[in-house]
Ligand binder design. Structure first.
Ligand code: BG6
Length: 485
């Protein structure tokens, strides 16, 4: 199998917040990888824009350092860094004032086929940036803007942000990033579901006992305490990344793989979510261990009640899923970095092999990271004499083994998503109504624990989260899958 690089039109990409953490860690290394892959074209330009006083040469050094630190090129690619940097420039800019805007406009006068502006800044600046782009003649019909999460912190603020952006841009020009949608295996969810005959007929409440989605991390909040403490796991992970996974796993088949067809189906899932009962939510906060600080030591508020872990049970009230619970959990400082979705089918209705053979069930596990792949637990006969003893074994497929070395060379989420912006494909981006609906479902859950003054449950670093999260499933006669890499 040979990875194909589909050429894109020459583009101008302006990164507001061009000296920020996201630009260093993700956006700039991703662009360099696309350059190496031959997708950037010789005439495309990248312009960093931020408050710092810097000239083009200094910014190129900054970009070089970022690439070398976060995604150092190997072999032949290393010789291409200088060529890439020639296509990079910088403008010192005051997002809320007027400084630098005329210069930016002058630089972009000789327009490339596509012009995109990446708002890699806090949402409080979105409005100002949109307005300045408009005033300085850079908000034309062909312009695209890319906005990062957090997209608001509740439904009201998300609505306001949408309204602000809508003053200057059409929905078709706005690319709201959720980097989970750019992950190769997340797209594989759709391929598995809608590219096979095998699963779809069983994909419903009649055959599925429950679905569990885990996104576990080993890292703590690190240097992001200030942002994180205002968000918590619910706003940082569940409202967006996990909600997207839920939508892809639960939605009806879209008529085609096209932006609005897919997003319409996702929206229907979110709108069909039941309100979550307080007893179906567990929040946790990690404790100190092995010289690692506890959560409260890492944030400013030493009495913080923000959760670094959340687990909940939800129901989707529609024909396909009525009665099937979905269990979601995510947290930091857990035992391993694992993201997976497990579709747990119902037990066989009757055992022809007698009571001692037991009743068995199939579990389809889709591993998003690491070790991307899927396995299907099937029941077979245990070898040897002694009657029909049954055993469950995995039909295991690691994508890298099945697809060969090229599977390891797939673009990362940011590479794919930025190229989709240039291509003008919004399928993997969130629509405004989707984000608002996700907040509308999340808000009452958060308001509930705030009103009750709930304290998060402490959990050990390196564990599976608080005991109460295990109990959330045990009391339904079910159990979480182990968190292990
Ligand atoms: C980000 C969150 O959106 O996703 C982080 O803000 C989290 O807190 C990260 O660590 C996880 O992303 P990934 O790709 O490492 O699973």
């Amino acid at each position: 199998m040979v990875s194909r690089v589909i050429p894109v039109d020459p583009f101008d990409l302006v990164i507001f917040g061009g000296t920020g953490d996201l630009a260093r860690r993700k956006i700039l290394p991703a662009l360099f990888r696309r350059y190496v892959a031959g997708q950037m074209g010789e005439t495309s330009r990248i312009v960093g824009a931020a408050r710092s006083e810097m000239d083009d040469a200094a910014y190129r050094d900054f970009v070089r350092d970022a690439v070398m630190e976060f995604d150092p090129p190997q072999g032949e690619a290393a010789t291409q860094l200088d060529g890439f940097l020639e296509q990079v420039g910088y403008v010192t800019l005051d997002a809320t004032g007027h400084g630098g805007w005329a210069e930016l406009a002058a630089r972009l006068k000789d327009k490339r086929a596509v012009q995109a502006f990446y708002f890699s800044v806090g949402p409080s600046l979105f409005g100002a940036l949109a307005e300045r782009l408009h005033q300085h003649g850079m908000a034309g019909e062909g312009t695209r803007i890319v906005v990062e999460k957090p997209f608001g912190r509740d439904e009201e603020s998300a609505r306001k942000l949408n309204a602000t952006l809508a003053e200057h841009f059409d929905e078709g020009q706005i690319y709201r990033i959720d980097h989970y949608l750019g992950k190769e295996t997340v797209q594989n969810l759709m391929a598995v579901r809608f590219g096979n005959m095998l699963f779809e007929p069983l994909w419903n409440a009649q055959y599925v006992d429950h679905i569990q989605i885990t996104v576990a991390e080993t890292v703590g909040v690190g240097g992001r305490g200030e942002y994180y403490d205002k968000s918590g796991a619910m706003r940082d992970m569940l409202q967006n990344h996990m909600m997207q996974l839920l939508c892809l796993i639960a939605m009806e088949p879209p008529a085609k793989f096209d932006p609005d067809a897919v997003r319409d189906e996702k929206l229907k899932v979110i709108r069909a979510l039941d309100e979550v009962k307080p007893e179906d939510v567990v929040r946790g906060q990690y404790e100190a261990e092995d010289g690692k600080a506890d959560y409260r030591t890492q944030v400013e508020n030493k009495a913080s009640t923000t959760e670094s872990f959340v687990a909940l049970k939800l129901h989707i009230s529609n024909w396909r899923w009525a009665g099937t619970p979905f269990y979601l959990r995510t947290g930091k400082r857990l035992r391993a970095k694992v993201s997976e979705i497990a579709v747990v089918f119902k037990e066989t209705p009757h055992s022809i092999f007698g009571a001692e053979a037991g009743r068995h069930r199939n579990i389809l596990t889709i591993r998003l990271q690491p070790n991307e792949g899927m396995d299907l637990g099937v029941t077979i006969k245990e070898p040897g004499p002694g009657g029909m003893r049954l055993v469950d074994v995995p039909l295991d497929m690691t994508f890298a083994d099945a697809l060969g070395p090229d599977a390891e060379d797939v673009p990362d989420a940011y590479e794919r998503l930025i190229m989709d912006v240039i291509r003008g494909n919004q399928t993997l981006f969130m629509r405004g109504d989707e984000v608002e609906a996700a907040w509308a479902w999340t808000d009452p859950i958060i308001a509930g624990w705030e009103a009750r003054g709930d304290e998060p449950e402490p959990y050990e670093t390196g564990s599976s989260g608080p005991e109460e999260a295990l109990a959330l499933m045990h009391r339904d006669g079910r159990r979480w899958r182990d968190i292990r890499a």
